[in-house]
Design a protein around this ligand. Structure first.
Ligand code: PLP
Length: 236
């Protein structure tokens, strides 16, 4: 049995177990298999074992990989999870069904512009900065509120917000990790109360090292790379 198959099944079992322990329905949690730095072949192998949702953080790499897979007639679903430069948005909206890492109003404007050009609707998550070291994400509730306000005014008709994403700090301090997820959940709650016409039900929280805590705190999407595909070789 290949490592990917075994790892995938282990991770899916762990997600289910964590959900049940948290008194949650396991079907309310979807796995985003983060395939960055791994080849198309690894994605296809995971697809062979039933995984259809993937996450990538570098646009050029993702385009190459997913164009190749789709040229073979396969149809994986792709979420962009990494910080996105304005000049990469055109390509990002072409290849992805969701951009999880929307962290500024300017990006939302560019996503709308590029989606309108190709008559495509796209889902987005607002990334909230809750971790210590990474700078990515909206800084706070107030900055997300401004973006939500514009969405609720109908300024971005090709863009549908679905919820929030966050990355916990990379630390052994379990309480700090939990706090990060709680902050994200509370912000989503507050946004859905303030903007009842918008959907903030998705919480993309948790990676290989911390997804159990994320599930306890309400994650609906977990983004897991290493535990499925193994260590990434950044020098390759
Ligand atoms: C790489 C990455 C992940 C996956 O991390 P692992 O520790 O390999 O599971 C999740 N989310 C984001 C935003 C990432 O960049």
């Amino acid at each position: 049995m290949s490592d990917i198959k075994e790892n995938l099944h282990t991770v899916l079992d762990q997600i289910k177990e964590a959900a049940l322990e948290a008194n949650r329905d396991p079907s309310g949690i979807r796995l985003v298999a983060v395939s960055k730095f791994h080849p198309a072949q690894a994605v296809e192998e995971a697809m062979d074992w039933g995984q259809n949702l993937f996450g990538e953080n570098r646009i050029q790499e993702a385009s190459k990989k997913f164009d190749k897979i789709r040229a073979e007639g396969k149809n994986p679903c792709l979420h962009i999870i990494g910080s996105l430069q304005r000049n990469k948005v055109k390509e990002a909206v072409r290849i992805a069904s969701c951009i999880e890492s929307v962290d500024r109003l300017e990006l939302l404007e560019e996503i709308e512009k590029q989606c309108a050009k190709i008559h495509k609707s796209i889902d987005v998550l607002f990334e909230l900065h809750t971790g210590e070291e990474s700078k990515a994400g909206f800084a706070d509730y107030a900055s997300m509120e401004v973006a939500a306000e514009k969405l609720s005014q109908g300024l971005f008709p090709h863009v549908t917000v679905k919820g929030l994403m966050t990355m916990a700090p990379n630390t052994d301090d379990l309480q700090a990790i939990r706090n990060s997820f709680v902050t994200c959940r509370e912000c989503a709650q507050k946004l859905s109360e303030s903007f009842p016409a918008l959907d903030f039900s998705e919480l993309s929280m948790g990676m290989s090292a911390d997804f159990k805590i994320a599930i306890e705190e309400g994650a609906t999407l977990v983004r897991i790379g290493t535990a499925i595909f193994g260590e990434r070789n950044y020098s390759a």
